[in-house]
Design a binder for this molecule. Structure first.
Ligand SMILES: [Ca+2]
Length: 161
């Protein structure tokens, strides 16, 4: 009765080989960050996958229209050592309400922000649709996965271009 054990070992090795040698999946994360915390957890998961060599986060585009959201995404990117990931914001008016968790960007200690970031509230950022176009134009066709976990605002605007 060794068959199940051998089969499991083979499957495990195949999975490991796939995870180890496959090219990282290039990802654009399109999010309404701030409405529900699952988007923050999803972004954290993408960073963890990148740390394991399984993916590469090319850009984050935002569909929630509140000034704290881009700095909050930037805080998460900095936490994972990737503060250079470009962030684009919607020009739509969807859910402008203040979030329950993105206001942590304003917390300070000794006059300095507790959570490092390079984007401040009110900074001029790329329009999400422009960042989507630029990011896709710089990659090979059919090589990028767009993960949308919010509204369709940005991707609809991309389609219209
Ligand atoms: Ca969401």
């Amino acid at each position: 009765m060794n068959f199940p054990i051998r089969w499991s070992t083979t499957v495990l090795f195949a999975a490991f080989a796939t995870l180890t040698f496959a090219d990282p999946v290039k990802i654009i994360f399109d999010t309404d960050m701030g409405n529900d915390v699952d988007d923050a957890l999803a972004l954290a998961m993408l960073h963890s996958l990148q740390s394991r060599g399984e993916s590469e986060l090319l850009a984050v585009t935002i569909t929630k229209n509140h000034e704290d959201v881009a700095p909050y995404v930037d805080v998460l990117n900095h936490f994972y050592g990737r503060g250079d990931i470009p962030i684009g914001i919607t020009d739509g008016e969807v859910t402008p309400e203040k979030s329950r968790f993105t206001p942590i960007i304003h917390e300070q200690e000794g006059g300095n922000p507790i959570y490092p970031r390079s984007i401040d509230v009110g900074d001029l950022l790329p329009a999400a649709v422009d960042l989507l176009r630029e990011t896709l134009a710089n990659q090979k066709d059919q090589s990028v996965v767009i993960i949308q976990v919010g509204f369709s605002t940005n991707l609809a605007a991309l389609m219209q271009t």
